[in-house]
Design a binder for this molecule. Structure first.
Ligand code: GTP
Ligand code: MG
Length: 148
């Protein structure tokens, strides 16, 4: 079982895309094990995007992400990190395939609607950062119908 951190960005919340994004992960067969709506601080996003701190767009990215509430989630399943990234589509929505979240709902790089962890290690780090209280453990009754 692998976990990934998925986050609806401020524009996704404002545009009413939270349900659409949750629905895609639910219907794909992933199990929701943590969820919250949070208006996080710049300091929190500086940690979240620490690996991008040398990039010229970093200050603007951090400021924007802290400008409104986001929806933080953890989804569990098979190969969740890579599959999650595939479901999001390319970083630049102009290059995202139709059928992906960004390819269906976004047009610009800085407003690409949704974040997804880029490796298993960053997923673990992001889950700890956003859910220090831990995730929820429960059995999904669907598992037997999703996994062979
Ligand atoms: P996330 O899932 O949001 O982490 O996107 P990503 O992993 O596909 O891209 P990356 O981590 O490299 O960048 C994080 C976010 O910064 C992207 O989703 C974009 O919104 C933004 N970003 C990335 N590159 C650029 C850039 O060259 N210019 C600007 N303005 N924003 C960028
Ligand atoms: Mg990233």
């Amino acid at each position: 079982k692998e976990r990934t951190y998925i986050m609806v960005k401020p524009e996704g919340v404002q545009r009413g895309l939270v349900g659409e994004i949750i629905k895609r992960f639910e219907t794909r067969g992933f199990k929701l094990i943590a969820l919250k709506l949070v208006h996080a601080t710049k300091e929190h996003f500086e940690k979240h995007y620490a690996d991008l701190s040398t990039k010229p767009f970093y200050p603007g990215l951090v400021k924007y992400m802290a400008s409104g509430p986001v929806v933080a989630m953890v989804w569990e399943g098979l190969d969740s990190v890579k599959t999650g990234r595939t479901m999001l589509g390319a970083t630049n929505p102009l290059a995202s395939a139709p059928g992906t979240i960004r390819g269906d709902y976004a047009l610009s790089l800085g407003r690409n609607v949704c974040h997804g962890s880029d490796s298993v290690e960053s997923a673990e780090k992001e889950i700890k950062l956003w859910f220090p209280e831990g995730v929820v453990q429960y059995e999904s009754s669907q598992a037997a119908w999703i996994f062979e």
